[in-house]
Ligand binder design. Structure first.
Ligand code: C2E
Ligand code: CA
Ligand code: CA
Length: 374
């Protein structure tokens, strides 16, 4: 298409956009509302099909929303759309460093991931979190495992970000959520299941509906679900993240701030957003027996979190020295290889029973105290 013709198309679309925005809408009663309108434009390139053009227009629409909404964006060179199974799959350029085009190895990984989802190749492992002050296991974190028939074992860090890049995370995230809730619904007692939310999932406009559906389908009470999110997931739009987290908490779901380090932004998130738990990152735990100032900071975080109503969990605890130092800092909720490695769902209840047995006197005393109190 000639450049002049493109300009005419763009001008026409802008007229439509402006008309939608100018119109006031009358809502319930006398309330007047205005809407914003975003659009994406794709122009024909040799080799295009209708579906590939629709896909590129969709990517441009995404860009318009990310660039502040209420605007039209053109598709950009270097943003690819693959047409597979008769469906246009969006490949967005949002992930850092992504130039939008998949190389041959990435196309193969994408194909393998799509088959993995269709063919149920994923499983979940669970890593318990123990409170060493009360000698009890309070929750278990679901961690995805992929054993591919062609690749062997693939680590989550090798495919989670990539799944986000190719737009597979909503579907994979739903699978994780439902599988984790279904497993937790079979657990005895009040044990909570903790599920990692990817950045992409937190930004999904229908995340709440997806979580509600997972709970309804599996009959897991909302109070037995915890969702872990990270600073990275919230940094782009903290106001939107706050609304989502508050809506989740209003349902009784617990929210954990994962990978917490002592950077300024982590501290500011902790102060301003509603969390039930803060999980202190491995890098910080490893500093405890090397840098004396790390204990001072740890004590301050424990104190501050407690005042804000959030529990503190130390992640990736590997040694008895770390446990002693954490205890001295007032941090009693621990997760890591020294407590337990992530284990298959079938082994979790056995592990918890063995943990209870090795702490039997304390567990029995607590049970008696609870019976008397009831
Ligand atoms: P994460 O959420 O911080 O999970 C903790 C990771 O540390 C897990 O690795 C766990 O196996 C490992 N770990 C636990 N204790 C220790 C320890 O004492 N020492 C050491 N060195 N490592 C320990 P994993 O399962 O490979 O997961 C890595 C990351 O991948 C996770 O970090 C999380 O960001 C992501 N991930 C894993 N499963 C899921 C999932 O179901 N959904 C999403 N969105 N992300 C996931
Ligand atoms: Ca986590
Ligand atoms: Ca973590």
């Amino acid at each position: 298409m000639l450049h002049g013709a493109r300009d005419i198309v763009e001008a026409r679309v802008e007229v439509i956009r402006a008309a939608i925005v100018d119109l006031p809408y009358r809502l319930a009663g006398d309330i007047e509302g205005h809407v914003t309108s975003s659009g994406g434009l794709a122009f024909y390139r040799p080799g295009d099909t209708a579906l590939s053009m629709l896909g590129r227009a969709d990517v441009a629409l995404y860009d318009a929303k990310e660039n502040g909404r209420n605007r039209i964006e053109r598709d950009r060179v270097g943003v690819a759309t693959s047409v597979r199974n008769g469906k246009a799959a969006r490949v967005s350029s949002r992930a850092a460093g992504f130039d939008g085009l998949l190389d041959a190895a990435e196309i193969a990984l994408r194909d393998n991931l799509e088959s993995a989802l269709r063919e149920n190749q994923f499983t979940l492992h669970f890593q318990p979190l123990a409170n060493i002050a009360h000698d009890e296991v309070t929750s278990s974190e679901a961690l995805i495992r992929w054993h591919s028939p062609v690749r062997g074992r693939v680590l989550p860090i090798e495919f989670i970000l990539f799944a986000e890049r190719i737009g597979l995370m909503p579907a994979l995230g739903d699978w994780i959520l439902i599988a984790a809730c279904r497993e937790a619904a079979t657990w005895l007692g009040r044990l909570i299941v903790s599920v990692n939310l990817s950045s992409e999932q937190l930004r999904l406009p229908d995340l709440l509906a997806r979580v509600d559906a997972a709970l309804a389908e599996t009959c897991l009470p909302a109070r037995r679900l915890e969702l872990e999110t990270t600073e990275t997931a919230m940094i782009e739009d903290a106001a939107a993240a706050r609304m989502t987290l508050e809506a989740l908490r209003a349902r009784g779901i617990k929210i954990a701030l994962d990978d917490f380090d002592t950077g300024c932004s982590s501290l500011s998130f902790l102060r301003t957003l509603p969390f039930d738990r803060v999980k202190i990152d491995r890098s910080f735990i490893q500093d405890l027996d090397i840098k004396p100032e790390a204990s001072v900071i740890m004590r301050a975080i424990v104190e501050m979190s407690r005042n804000l109503g959030a529990a503190v969990t130390a992640e990736d605890v590997e040694t008895d020295e770390q446990i002693a130092l954490l205890r001295a800092c007032g941090c009693f909720e621990l997760q890591g290889y020294r407590i337990s490695r992530p284990c298959a769902a079938a082994d979790l209840q056995g592990w918890i029973a063995a943990f209870d047995a090795s702490h039997r006197p304390q567990v029995a005393l607590r049970a008696m105290a609870e019976t008397h109190a009831a």
